[in-house]
Design a protein around this ligand. Structure first.
Ligand code: FES
Ligand SMILES: [Fe+2]
Length: 395
């Protein structure tokens, strides 16, 4: 017998490609399907940049969906990725967000793991089951790959090779990483937004000069630029910013100073499906690692970076600019935050949301957009719909 419609994970998807059903933003059954088919499915998820783990023993924890991940630079210098769960009874192994360790000890029964994830010892092991072998109980590894120092993991064996998976968005990624990916970590800020993860990442090119007073100041809309999407839901922006000549109205005009480098454009954004946003605006290099905390919350870890070749003055400049513009105290991010909760509440109403700006077709998907179009998000929605197996209604 079929379950009643309201408990069914099936969603009727509108015929027009620029309409999205609001129910996907709050239905618990849809969220569970997203975890299975997207977060644990054939997708790559950025979990760290090598610049965050410069020394042996450096580690970082993060989530893919609701699965905890541990990234460690071993005593041999290699970076490895594991599920952050004890190989014994599954206790969450490391609870810190980042740090340096010589080993990882699980507090429950004191099993001890080294920096390569091998089990070194387990109290009372002379009394263990007949089939027990120490070498079978290393930390559970997760498949990983790297692009310009950005480390990705995937829960699936079927995910294509990373190079093919990223496709054209590699261009925007390379710009955000200053052309070579030789980055150093400046610091992190963590935020919990009261919004479904898809509305968080649905932030579009249309809103930038309209919601954001800071971007308006930078003449975002008047700058040259392009936006492109890939079939599997990544989005790239490459834009020039026009920094105003007179910034005397600011107490500290260096906030809007663009020092730049040989490889830099004013602004580049690489948004990889499903949820990671990597940006370079002026001199701020920022990776927003994110994951859902249930259907109604999204946790974002803002990582800020400088380039290995930066002098002290440039490092200070990047810190000043990043902390004033982005993250929980940032002029730009606070404006997004104010919208996130409102959009989450508003989405608990019947019907569909619509996309309009830059919509050239309503019956098919395309991949090239203007920088301030919202339609650039539509290929991502199409990939989402297909990943979850929702059928589009007949036109
Ligand atoms: S669960 Fe970790 S040592 Fe038992
Ligand atoms: Fe925004």
């Amino acid at each position: 017998m079929n379950a009643p419609e309201k408990y069914s994970p099936l969603v009727r998807w509108p015929a027009k490609v620029n309409e999205i059903p609001k129910e996907v933003f709050f239905r618990e059954d849809v969220y569970q399907l997203e975890l299975e088919n997207i977060f644990y499915g054939p997708e790559w998820h950025p979990v760290a940049h090598t610049g965050e783990l410069p020394n042996k023993g450096d580690f970082k924890t993060i989530n893919v969906g609701e699965r905890p991940i541990l990234v460690v630079r071993g005593d041999d210098g290699d970076i490895r990725t594991f599920y952050n769960a004890c190989a014994h009874r599954g206790n969450l192994l490391e609870t810190r967000v980042s740090g340096n360790a010589v080993e990882f000890e699980c507090p429950y029964h004191r099993w001890l793991f080294d920096l390569r994830g091998e089990l070194r010892g387990a109290p009372g092991d002379d009394d263990f089951s007949p089939s027990y072998r120490k070498e079978d109980f290393g930390l559970p590894a997760i498949r990983s790959a790297e692009f310009m120092g950005l480390i990705f993991v995937t829960c699936s064996d079927e995910t294509p090779e990373l190079d093919e998976y990223l496709g054209r968005v590699k261009d925007a990624l390379a710009i955000t990483f200053n052309g070579d990916g030789r980055l150093k970590l400046l610091g992190y800020q963590k935020v919990l937004y009261d919004v479904n993860w898809k509305a968080y990442v649905d932030n579009d090119g249309y809103h930038a000069p309209l919601l954001h007073a800071a971007f308006k100041l930078l003449d975002w809309q008047g700058g040259k630029g392009e936006q492109y999407s890939t079939k599997n839901g990544h989005i790239g922006f490459e834009s020039e910013l026009k920094v105003p000549k007179d910034t005397g109205f600011l107490k500290d005009p260096t906030l809007l100073q663009f020092k730049g480098t040989a490889s830099s454009k004013g602004s580049a954004i690489a948004s990889t499906f499903p949820i990671t946003v990597i940006t370079k605006h002026m001199d701020m290099i920022n990776i927003r690692f994110a994951f859902p905390r249930g259907v109604g919350q999204t946790e974002v870890h803002y990582g800020y970076y400088c380039h290995e070749d930066d002098d002290d003055e440039m490092v200070q400049h990047r810190i000043r600019q990043s902390s004033n513009m982005l993250g929980p105290t940032g002029l730009v991010s606070m404006e997004d935050a104010s919208i996130f909760h409102r959009i989450h509440v508003g989405n608990h109403t019947p019907g569909n949301v619509t996309f309009q700006k830059g919509v050239k077709h309503e019956d098919r998907i395309w991949y090239d957009f203007k920088q301030n179009d919202e339609a650039g998000n539509l290929p991502r929605w199409e990939h989402y719909r297909q990943s979850l197996g929702f059928n589009r209604e007949e036109a």
